[in-house]
Design a protein around this ligand. Structure first.
Ligand SMILES: Nc1ncnc2c1ncn2[C@@H]1O[C@H](COP(=O)(O)OP(=O)(O)OP(=O)(O)O)[C@@H](O)[C@H]1O
Length: 249
């Protein structure tokens, strides 16, 4: 039984089709990376999957209990401390103040956010700390599904890697499934069980590849060789290579 199922999803903006007949199913505990060239409709698909946008065609079936979301920009409330930002979904859910405090500390630990940082406002935090706060806010509800929409694109390589490790560790510990949208094929191969490639024109999933081994346990050499093989020998990825040279790094 899939925890998220997209059937025949189609969408258009102002009469221009961006997605057509997209089918994708994600199993419980499975991390699926969705890649595709810029502008092919990845974010639109994520917004449809999470329920922010209603698709013009098709059906989304969600069989998870709670989801979290992490976007490219942390989208924190500037007037609230990191702790209050993380606690926000719990406040909405009517969780008591004492329990909120406890759960915020647990979530902050998962993303290695210092106690000192919890009292700071977003403007006082570094980019990495802001994104950690956003991830903690997604994890604090103890989700069994998390949507990631290019969460680390704006971060430098070293930080990106730390954040990927943190997501893999949290996914393993909490056993959540995820749809992880990224431009970065190296990131996709590090993080996911399976990669789905969205067609160049957003017309469906062009193909999928199951990745060898387990996220978090793949050696760098294996990640690098898998990416090279995709880019050099697998026609599914030729558009990714053409369009986004960052992947070749
Ligand atoms: N609200 C909107 N109104 C009109 N057009 C939109 C809207 N949102 C997205 N689009 C267009 O739809 C297409 C798909 O956009 P989307 O953001 O889903 O793609 P993407 O694959 O996530 O791109 P990127 O990788 O560059 O973020 C693009 O051509 C974009 O300009």
């Amino acid at each position: 039984m899939s925890t998220l199922k997209l059937n025949g999803i189609g969408h258009a903006y102002l009469g221009r089709t961006v997605l057509d007949a997209v089918d994708l199913a994600i199993e419980p505990g499975e991390l699926v990376a969705l890649v595709g060239p810029s502008g092919c409709g990845k974010s639109t698909l994520a917004h449809i999957a999470v329920g922010i946008v209603d698709p013009l065609r098709g059906r989304v079936t969600r069989d998870y209990t709670r989801h979290g979301m992490v976007f490219q920009e942390p989208r924190l409330m500037p007037w609230a401390t990191a702790a209050d930002n993380i606690a926000y979904p719990l406040r909405l859910a009517g969780v008591s103040r004492a329990e909120r405090r406890e759960r915020v500390l647990v979530a902050a630990d998962k993303v290695a956010l210092d106690r000192d940082d919890l009292g700071k406002f977003p403007v006082e935090l570094s980019g990495g700390m802001r994104q950690r706060t956003a991830i903690a806010r997604a994890l604090v509800v103890e989700p069994d599904f998390v949507f990631f929409d290019e969460p680390f694109t704006a971060l430098d390589q070293a930080l990106k890697r730390r954040m990927q490790d943190l997501v893999i560790a949290a996914a393993t510990a909490q056993a959540f499934a995820a749809l992880f949208i990224t431009h970065d094929l190296i990131e996709a191969v590090r993080i996911a069980h399976r990669i789905a490639v969205l067609d160049l024109h957003g017309r469906g999933i062009a193909g999928q590849r199951r990745l060898p081994g387990t996220p978090g346990l793949r050696e760098d050499r294996v990640v690098f060789e898998t990416v090279q093989q995709f880019l050099n020998d697998d026609p599914l990825f030729c558009h990714i290579n053409d369009v986004d040279e960052r992947n070749v790094a």
